[in-house]
Ligand binder design. Structure first.
Ligand code: NOJ
Ligand code: CA
Length: 536
């Protein structure tokens, strides 16, 4: 029989590979100001090569007043002095590429800083040539033009007394939205992308793309009947006229066209949308619309089995899946489900079909860090204090070793370290095979050595009580993954003898399974099935 399975080499790096998000302020400080920077990142790339990941995504490092920590860009082709210089950037890129790591930059197309020269010009007069680069509008009945709400609280319009109009901002008032219907805006942003592509960056993570275009009839958003008080206030309205508008297609295809003129580049899109809408972004030219559906998911085997099946069923032809467990905006996975189940989550992430994105520090089992009130940095928390939306707890410095400040800085770190940094740090974990870091590294190595994991298809996907079971198949080799979502042991009948390749627990003794697999509490295993006689 002819083998029709595609060869490993026909897959792009962003399909086969593993992405690691570096929150740039928190990875490594090199100049004693308590804030991570490019030279610091460069010195830590070897660690990432050791871990085995394939690409780094850097949170924004552009020139910025840092009101939203770099998501308020005032120069798209400059490096903020806090992070270093263009030379530092080039040196970081060179070192990364020498180590075989791809580099993905964050790109923030939806809005600029209010300190960007474009906005300063735009707000200066109603007939300034850049006026239409942003979204300006007269008020309505002495109030804002529409009822649209800012994601960070309050109205999404700010009145400007210089020209007596309001400007729109999906986020902070210091982050005015660009007008993506204006061809000059598109051209300027394309130029900015080319600037970095010419320097060799391998792709972009595009910030908040569903917000790129708003309704040009300026309809009010309808109330959200499903709103609950634990949700951000912006969710009181359905974002019907402010996100996911039809014209997004053309705008995003423009970004795709620019990227596509360079070989082997990837576009990853940040989309917080229901699955049905999110998968539509493949057709908008996004290679990997982020799939955030594991974050905050009901953590049961049945629900996750259902989620995998639903996602797979909705993927368009040729759409490559991806999975994410955490990022700089959401609760740490080890806090959300606890450390024991975080090991299950790691095995899940690294054995599912689709590109995994790891969030720095999750490989150490970092949890949310309590931030005392006087050290709060996040503008969202400052706008809406005490409601639990603050993102500082997941942005704390990477603990490297047991030297002062965990080796992150010689100054006071911009956010406090995890309280247990003296024992929970990279150096300590590198010497202890029982810790989360070894599990991550073993899973990454396994994924690299087993094409069934990186590019294989799914076999069956089921939930048997609290155990999630799925198969990954490639070239006649079947790996079966069993994840016990419960803190009690569990036994599963197995159809074919199998050998355990990796367990989330270090105390497993039995590795050859014939009829029944006995899983310990919170244990996950990857097994390889013995070939059936016809497969031999
Ligand atoms: C999404 C980013 O991930 C978040 O950190 C930022 O505050 C908003 N977009 C606004 O750019
Ligand atoms: Ca620094």
């Amino acid at each position: 029989m002819t083998d029709t399975t595609p060869a490993t080499s026909t897959y792009a790096w962003w399909q086969k590979g593993i992405v690691y998000q570096i929150y740039s302020r928190s990875f490594q400080d090199s100049n004693a100001d308590g804030i991570g920077d490019l030279r610091g990142i460069t010195t830590r790339l070897e660690y990432l090569a050791w871990l085995g990941i394939d690409a780094i995504w850097l949170s924004p490092i552009y020139t910025s007043p840092m009101v939203d920590f770099g998501y308020d860009v005032s120069d798209y082709t400059g490096i903020d002095p806090m992070f270093g210089t263009l030379d530092d950037f080039d040196a970081m890129m060179k070192r990364a590429h020498d180590l075989g790591l791809k580099v993905i930059m964050d790109f923030v197309p939806n809005h600029t800083s209010d300190q960007h020269p474009w906005f300063i010009e735009s707000r200066s007069s109603r007939n300034n040539p850049k006026r239409d680069w942003y979204i300006w509008r007269d008020g309505r009945n002495e109030g804002p033009p529409t009822n649209w709400l800012s994601e960070f609280g309050g109205p999404a319009w700010t009145y400007d007394p210089v020209t007596f109009q309001h400007y729109y901002h999906a986020y902070l008032a210091q982050q005015p939205d660009l007008n993506w219907r204006n061809p000059d805006v598109r051209a300027a942003m394309h130029d900015a992308m080319r600037f970095w592509l010419d320097r060799g960056v391998d792709g972009f993570r595009l910030d908040t793309i569903e917000h790129l275009i708003e309704d040009n009839q300026f309809h009010d958003n309808p109330p959200n009947p499903d709103y609950e008080s634990r949700m951000p206030p912006a969710s009181m309205l359905i974002r019907r006229y402010t996100t996911n508008q039809p014209d997004i297609h053309e705008a995003l295809m423009g970004l795709h066209a620019v990227t596509d003129t360079y070989p082997n580049r990837a576009l990853i899109g940040e989309t917080y949308l229901p699955l049905e809408q999110m998968v539509g972004y493949y057709a908008h030219g996004i290679h990997l619309p982020f799939n955030f559906n594991l974050i905050g998911a009901t953590w049961t085997a049945a629900n996750i089995a259902q989620l995998i099946k639903r996602y797979e069923a909705l993927l368009p032809a040729g759409g490559w899946p991806n999975w994410v467990l955490g990022n700089h905006d959401r609760m740490r996975i080890a806090s959300f489900i606890g450390r024991a189940q975080a090991r299950i989550a790691a095995m899940l992430l690294l054995t599912l079909r689709g590109t995994p994105t790891l969030y720095y520090g999750d490989e150490l089992g970092l949890q949310n860090v309590d931030i005392p009130q006087h050290r709060v940095q996040d503008p969202w928390e400052k706008n809406l204090p005490g409601l639990g939306f603050g993102r500082d707890p997941v942005r704390t410095p990477m603990p490297w070793d047991a030297t002062p400040n965990a080796g992150f800085t010689t100054a006071t770190p911009w956010l406090p370290l995890n309280a247990d940094w003296q024992t929970r740090n990279v150096a300590a974990f590198q010497c202890d095979d029982s810790r989360m870091l070894a599990l991550y590294r073993n899973l990454i190595t396994l994924r690299k050595n087993e094409p069934a994991l990186s590019i294989g298809a799914y076999g069956k996907i089921t939930a048997q009580d609290d155990v999630l079971v799925y198969e990954r198949v490639h070239d006649g080799r079947t790996l079966c993954i069993y994840l016990n979502f419960d803190a009690a042991s569990s036994s599963i009948k197995i159809a074919r003898p199998a050998t355990i390749l990796l367990s989330t627990r270090t105390d497993r003794i039995e590795t050859d399974i014939t009829r029944q697999l006995d899983l310990q509490p919170n244990e996950g295993v990857v097994t390889v099935c013995a070939a059936t006689p016809s497969e031999k």
